[in-house]
Write a protein that binds this ligand. Structure first.
Ligand code: ASP
Length: 292
């Protein structure tokens, strides 16, 4: 059994919402899901599937990651990404990276080609160059036409997967919070906060990163499953629906467990999301209707 889920950020519904814009988001979500789905169907790893899925979302200007990254108060794009392999607990991440087209691929290289977990700033950019990552000029991120003009984009992107061998993986990528101070790092590249995978579940979050750091959110879900013996859905209900709102923390997350159960929950008006399980139809969701 394989399973794949992705998110494209949680938040309020953009005021300039339209049927045409919804169609664009749905198409983009389906396209990115298809990228990872194809890899899993061919027998490739969960790690490959989440990396490729997130890279596809990074390339799409509709999302706040890669090309569509929001800008800091200084008008710069500073990108964060992480990837984690649940079977080995290997993880790689980059923060405040400015020149890589696909930060998730650089995060994967940190995992596979260094003895470190997280590289940040100039050192991360130098590493991206050193490994021959696809580099882009800063103008690549300065999009003149945002899909919803003047509004912050919905958010971070992420993917979680279970592959046919029973291995889990998670990946997350973001441009951070619109107007954030230069140098600010959110939850997405912090292992255990915005991204986590072990042999029980894989988690990727989106929302107000400072809260996801304070609550060590992705690991909180994994710990509820591992130590509390909680089913994944109950762990996420307790965290995202019951606890986070009491803290004033807005956002959501996607997760998959070792049995291929997918959960996608959020306490905001919407979360762009999509999922597919082996032998089942793909599902695309935006608002809080019939998705798991
Ligand atoms: N969690 C991301 C951050 O704080 C932002 C988001 O998900 O929208 O950087």
């Amino acid at each position: 059994m394989y399973a794949l889920a992705l998110h494209g950020g949680a938040g309020p519904r953009p005021s300039a919402w339209s049927v045409a814009l919804e169609r664009r988001y749905r198409d983009a979500l389906a396209q990115a899901l298809g990228v990872g789905h194809e890899l899993l169907a061919r027998g490739q790893s969960a790690l490959d599937a989440v990396t490729a899925t997130v890279a596809a979302l990074e390339d799409d200007p509709l999302f706040n990651a890669g090309r569509g990254a929001v800008l800091t108060s200084a008008g710069t794009a500073e990108l964060d990404a992480a990837v984690m392999d649940g079977a080995s607990l290997a993880a790689g991440a980059v923060a405040v990276i400015r020149r890589a087209r696909n930060p998730v691929k650089v995060a994967r290289a940190v995992m596979e080609r260094t003895t470190h977990v997280l590289l940040a700033g100039a050192g991360a950019d130098a590493f991206a160059e050193e490994i021959g990552a696809d580099l882009v000029p800063s103008s690549y991120f300065l999009l003149s036409e945002r899909p919803v003009s003047e509004e912050p984009l919905p958010g971070t992107v992420g993917a979680v997967a279970l592959d046919g061998r029973g291995c889990l993986a998670a990946a997350t990528s973001t441009g951070g919070m619109s107007g954030q101070r230069p140098g600010r790092i959110g939850d997405s590249p912090l292992i255990g906060c915005g991204t986590y995978a072990d042999d029980r579940c894989a988690v990727s979050t989106t929302g107000h990163g400072e809260w996801f750091i304070r609550t060590v959110q992705a690991y909180d879900i994994a710990a509820r499953v591992r130590y509390g013996h909680s089913p994944l859905s109950a762990a996420i209900e307790a965290a995202v629906i019951q606890r986070l709102p009491t803290l004033g923390a807005e956002g959501g997350l996607i997760a998959v467990d070792a049995a291929g159960v997918i959960c996608m929950r959020f306490n905001t008006a919407q979360m762009y999301r999509a999922s597919v399980r082996e032998g089942e139809e793909a599902e695309i969701g935006i608002t809080a209707t019939p998705m798991p």
